[in-house]
Design a binder for this molecule. Structure first.
Ligand SMILES: [Zn+2]
Length: 165
């Protein structure tokens, strides 16, 4: 790093925020909503005209607890889930285990291995990586379908996938 202007130290909170956005936008792009039960999420228009985006209606659920900093911001260690599924996998280890193993397949062992890494976590590198991922996701489009009346979303929705076709 000789000769480079030092970057301000990236905080855990900054990385958490970027990571949560990355995971949830990825869920909207790949599943249109919750990555476990596949219930769709829609961009909602509030009374004042503001948009409440679909991705913000999901939780970021970690598989291996985020107290381990080597995998706290690992994209294989989290999914965008609805509140119900988040509680379900956190309350029931069997459900969590089943979901994670189905989702990751062979990558589950690799994820488990990464939690035992030693050395310092390079927050700057993770920061730049997550920014890049978000840029890609935003370019590919992660906005949910728009429903015009929040109150009628449930009765009128026929599933995100059908509407997208
Ligand atoms: Zn769900």
């Amino acid at each position: 790093m000789k000769g480079m202007i030092p970057i301000t130290r990236i905080t855990v909170k900054q990385l958490d925020e970027l990571f949560r956005e990355d995971i949830r936008k990825r869920a909207i792009k790949e599943a249109g909503g919750c990555e476990r039960c596949l219930s769709p999420k829609y961009d909602k228009i509030k009374e004042n005209g503001d948009i409440f985006p679909a991705w913000k209606q999901l939780d970021t659920a970690h598989f291996i607890p985020r107290g381990n900093y080597h995998i706290r911001w690992d994209e294989d260690n989290a999914a965008g889930l609805c509140g119900g599924c988040h509680r379900a996998i956190d309350d029931d280890f069997t459900k969590k285990d089943e979901f994670v193993k189905t989702r990751l397949g062979d990558r589950f062992e690799l994820l488990q291995g990464r939690q035992h890494q030693t050395g310092k976590v390079d927050r700057n590198a993770i920061y730049l990586y997550l920014l890049d991922q978000l840029k890609k996701l935003d370019r590919e489009g992660t906005r949910g379908r728009i429903s015009h009346k929040t109150t009628t979303i449930k009765s009128k929705s026929r599933g995100w996938k059908n509407e997208a076709d």
